[in-house]
Design a protein around this ligand. Structure first.
Ligand code: COA
Ligand code: AMP
Length: 632
């Protein structure tokens, strides 16, 4: 099973021999306005940038280029919305027309290269059109996931300082309609930064109230607009900011640059996903997450595929056959989703009877990422579909896979629990606490040798120090991924989970630190700990343990309900705490650090490894007895 003497190995060696030449060769595959001659270079802040002397436009590559190549009548985008019973398709010509016109609308509103535009929208084609239109005029978009509450949106608005916010009147969840506009209004009230305008796309389900002068109607903007051409931009021009959870309550604005991003995504569509231009690629995710940015919007379009924008769920829209219906209807060649989506399907349809109803013969591969792929889901998918089930590992920060089974080079044998091997372009190392290299099979922190390849974050928006501090300062010459894991004798990478306070709930990345801030703000709470417990559907779910203030007269249930509502209101429904347990005290070290790991072990029924530094070991038994009595 060793990876030596394989096509992969020689491809990887090619990269190692001369990384800059390797990437410049990949860059040549794109239609630049000015071809780059420079690989990696450093700016004044000592941060790495790729292809600094090249000029391009990401929107041009994603649309105009394909039309120039004679692919204008190929489908670019398929919109399928079981929640609204709508379907719509766009050829490359049609998408180009819609994007150029909206880009003209942005220009009429005074949006210029470098201006930020926040996009708070559901999964409608207009959201994709807005992203591409921003790229066309050089505006930096920042898409905020529709499931986030006003406070979260306000934090992002204050950080990105956009000229404009683009929104829709509502999102449609299977059980309810979510009005976006009142949430945006509340966020704008909370934010210190004042935006010039909000452009509102009115959906037929709900008509939003527009505030005179500030709010503008999407359609009215289009009526006054003229199509606009793609603006040539330096490769280092920022394409977007995407906020992701860190260990603190302040999300990090991952900044992605145009040139490296386009090169990396084009390369990954071929190497990682083994796609051909003209094929149908479906990432069943949301444009609010990195998977949506990279593999609903930019990757498939830059590479000339047809992409699917699906406004629905894996189950209940209307049933667990939804994914298979979409595959049949649009002859999808590759499907990418999070393990949690397939766990939901498996739960509803364990014998895959709904799968048998559809012709999914177009489907060649299934890709999974976003969280650990558990063996039971992996085996079920393989058995029921008979397809290669490919686990791959990456993060918002990298924007594209770090480790995968490189099917575009060759399909390597798989190993359960492993995301296979580093993608050529990444040098992955396992380091111990002192920064020394771990031996094969020895667990440590997973780090990537600098420079990071093209397409990865180049900084945190407006905070280069935080970028260096969070990712580059721990180990000299390495990027710290935040994940722990090991590499085995055959060079296979096993990701074992986060080493920080980031958790993954139903494929959504959340910060326990941020949740703790909200829980601690409850007037009855003296102190608290939020941690993740294992869940058979969502992978992980957040649990809070709270100690109430002296003399608190409220019932535990009342406090729990208030905390739960507060989390939903301040972060969003996706962060909903599963259990809130009031306890007498929390386990701590003698220096006062809360032992969250012990709490997680206790709740998950694992062996509790109490450190010698614990202040009072009896706390653990006390909480355990209470947990068992309340949860058995
Ligand atoms: N806008 C507003 N609210 C949203 C939302 C959105 N875009 N997405 C989710 N929510 C809300 C839901 O309505 C739900 O609210 P409720 O508690 O009031 O019912 C809450 O957030 C939790 O939603 P979710 O995490 O989706 O859980 P669920 O139990 O409704 O569904 C799954 C479970 C597994 C079907 C669902 O989590 C899923 O499809 N997961 C896959 C996610 C995914 O693809 N992630 C990929 C990232 S790569
Ligand atoms: P996000 O930034 O939301 O994409 O989340 C990134 C994190 O999700 C990673 O740091 C990992 O902890 C986890 N993750 C993503 N893909 C995988 C995978 N294939 N296996 C295990 N964990 C994964």
């Amino acid at each position: 099973m060793t990876t030596t003497n394989t096509h992969y190995q020689s491809f990887y060696q090619d990269f190692l021999n001369d990384p800059e030449a390797f990437w410049l060769k990949q860059a040549q595959k794109l239609n630049w306005f000015t071809q780059p001659t420079q690989g990696v270079s450093q700016c004044d802040e000592q941060l790495d940038h790729w292809f600094a002397d090249g000029e391009l436009n990401t929107c041009y590559l994603a649309l105009d280029h394909h039309i120039e190549q004679g692919r204008g009548e190929q489908l670019a985008l398929i919109y399928d919305s079981p929640v609204t019973e709508q379907k719509r398709t766009y050829t490359y010509n049609q998408l180009h027309e819609a994007v150029s016109l909206f880009a003209g609308g942005l220009k009429n509103l005074g949006v210029e290269a470098g201006d930020r535009v926040v996009i708070y929208m559901p999964m409608v084609p207009e959201a994709t059109i807005a992203m591409l239109a921003c790229a066309r005029v050089g505006a930096v978009h920042s898409v905020v996931f529709g499931g986030f509450a006003p406070r979260e949106l306000a934090i992002r608005i204050d950080d990105a300082k956009p000229k404009l916010v683009l929104t829709a009147s509502c999102g449609v969840e299977p059980s309810r309609i979510i009005e976006y506009k009142p949430m945006l209004d509340e966020a704008l009230e909370l934010a210190e930064h004042k935006v010039e305008h909000c452009v509102v796309f009115q959906r037929p389900q709900i008509k939003a109230q527009l505030q005179a002068k500030r709010d503008l109607d999407w359609q009215a903007i289009l009526e006054k607009a003229q199509p606009t051409d793609a603006l040539p931009l330096p490769a280092t021009h920022p394409l977007y900011i995407l906020y992701t959870s860190g260990t603190t309550g302040t999300p990090k604005g991952v900044l992605r640059e145009q040139g490296g991003h386009a090169v990396a995504l084009n390369y990954s569509m071929q190497t990682v996903y083994g796609m051909q231009p003209g094929q149908v690629f479906w990432a069943a995710s949301d444009i609010g997450w990195v998977v949506g940015h990279s593999y609903i919007v930019y990757g498939p379009l830059i590479y000339g595929c047809t992409t699917v924008l699906y406004e629905g769920k894996p189950v209940f829209t209307p049933d667990a056959g939804a994914f298979w219906r979409v595959v049949e209807e649009y002859k999808v060649n590759a499907l990418f989703s999070a393990p949690t989506a397939f766990r939901a399907i498996k739960k509803q349809d364990p014998e895959a009877e709904l799968l048998a109803k559809y012709n999914v013969s177009s489907l060649e591969k299934l890709f999974l990422a976003g969280e650990r792929l558990d063996p039971a889901t992996y085996e079920w998918l393989q058995e029921k579909t008979g397809l290669p089930v490919i686990d791959h590992w990456w993060q918002t920060e990298t924007g594209w896979p770090i480790a995968c089974n490189p099917v575009g080079i060759e399909m390597l044998p798989t190993k359960a629990g492993s995301s296979t091997v580093p993608v050529p372009g990444y040098q992955v190392h396992i380091l111990d606490m002192d920064g020394s290299q771990c031996k094969a099979n020895e667990q440590g922190v997973v780090a990537v040798k600098l420079p990071l390849p093209p397409g990865c974050l180049t900084t945190i928006w407006g905070n280069a120090e935080r970028f260096k501090q969070s990712y580059l300062s721990q180990y000299d010459g390495y990027y710290l991924s935040g994940d722990g894991g090991y590499i085995d004798d055959d060079g296979y990478l096993f990701i074992m989970g986060r080493t920080d306070d980031v958790i993954n709930v139903a494929g959504h990345r959340l910060s326990t630190g941020e949740m703790e801030e909200v829980v601690a703000a409850h007037p009855s709470v003296a102190e608290c700990a939020v941690f993740a417990s294992k869940d058979s559907l969502k992978g992980q779910v957040p649990i809070a343990m709270v100690v109430t203030k002296e003399g608190c007269a409220k019932e535990d249930i009342e406090i729990a309900n208030e905390i739960r509502s507060s989390i939903r209101a301040k972060i969003g429904a996706i962060a909903c705490l599963q259990t809130i347990q009031v306890v007498e005290r929390l386990p701590k070290t003698r220096s006062g650090k809360i032992l969250r790991k012990n709490l997680r072990q206790l709740v998950d029924g694992e062996q509790i490894k109490v450190p010698s530094t614990i202040e009072d070991p009896s706390v653990i038994d006390e909480i355990k007895a209470r947990w068992i009595s309340l949860n058995s």
